[in-house]
Design a protein around this ligand. Structure first.
Ligand code: DHB
Length: 316
């Protein structure tokens, strides 16, 4: 009922984790792999070298509506995530999230990762808001174009021998139509299979009223905003990029129940990733979301995702 395709890769379920949530360590990745309700897994965004990340506290949420994080890319270094001793353990499609600190790092990680035939694809993260002194590439269209040009060349080496390999991007939220057009025009120059919309809404600030303090430590309290509050922005980005590109869209942002999943798919998402709600609820979230989505589909008379994917009604 909820099988789907991303590029040429088949997923038996339309659910994934959002990169960053419970996907840094082996036990976390295996828990995702072993879930009956998850269709594919994605790693924590990796860098060239191991990183310990920002000082605690780095995460806060109010239980549902708003989360804020500034982890600072803690990860074991890309070698950990592309090691065949790790990737051979996975039975589901496995995507590597890459967030190199400069163009050269991204190129090196992509070059090395395409050698591992057990990796189903990459999600190039152009939208990490939390590394001090490093602006989000997704908001610098010239640099974005340059990186995509180089990465596309390398990925095509793998695609020439493996049509299944998936080249994906993770983008920040955009707000202006002119920016959607500019980014889509860049993306459409390359051989990109998927776009994940959206990363957290960068550099928000949450205040604790009682203590009159920020709630996380890094960057004086600034961090990426997630939770149900970002859903309308996520839906707008899903909708726009599904209209403006031929990429398969992975919806991410504000998903806490089956209705949210349904809305993402209605706006054009072929699969969804869950971040804040996965963080709050743990692995069980995927079983609940699947059951809730199946109930909605049954009630509305839909048998498969393509019955309603992108079929949002507009008012004339
Ligand atoms: C981190 C946050 C992000 O939103 C992201 O895309 C990558 C990394 C982090 O703080 O670790």
């Amino acid at each position: 009922m909820i099988e789907t395709k991303l590029g040429n890769i088949f997923l038996d379920k339309c659910f994934m984790n959002a990169s960053g949530v419970y996907c840094k360590n082996l036990d976390e990745l295996l828990e995702l792999n072993n879930s009956n309700n998850v269709g594919a897994i994605i790693s924590k965004s990796c860098t060239l070298e191991l990183r310990h990340g920002n000082p605690n506290p780095i995460y806060w949420d109010d239980g549902k509506t708003v989360s804020i994080n500034s982890s600072g890319l803690p990860n074991h270094g890309y070698n950990f995530y592309i090691d065949e001793n790790l990737t051979s353990k996975f039975t589901k499609p496995y995507f590597l999230s890459i967030s190199g600190l400069c163009i050269e790092d991204n190129i090196k990680i992509v070059e090395e990762s395409i050698k591992n035939t057990q990796i189903s694809g990459i999600e190039l993260n152009l939208s990490c808001p939390n590394v001090i002194g490093k602006p989000q590439i997704g908001y610098d269209f010239e640099v974005m174009d340059l990186i995509l040009l180089e990465v596309n060349k390398i990925v095509n080496i793998r695609k020439n021998v493996d049509k299944q390999f998936n080249f994906g991007l993770k983008l920040p939220p955009y707000f202006d139509f002119s920016h959607f057009d500019k980014v889509a025009n860049i993306i459409n120059k390359y051989n990109i299979d998927t776009i994940t919309c959206i990363n957290s809404l960068g550099n928000g600030l949450v205040v604790d009223y009682e203590s009159e303090s920020v709630v996380i430590k890094p960057k004086g309290g600034f961090g990426g905003i997630g939770g149900t509050v970002v859903k309308p922005i996520a839906l707008a980005n899903v909708r726009k990029f599904s209209e403006l590109t031929n990429c398969d869209i992975i919806g991410c942002g504000g998903i806490s129940n089956g209705k949210d999943v349904f809305e993402h798919i209605l706006c054009g998402a072929k699969a969804v990733q869950v971040g804040t709600q996965f963080y709050i609820e743990g692995i069980q979230v995927f079983e609940r979301l699947e059951n809730e989505l199946l109930d909605i589909m049954k009630e509305k008379g839909y048998n498969k995702i393509s019955d309603f994917c992108g079929k949002l009604n507009i008012i004339n």
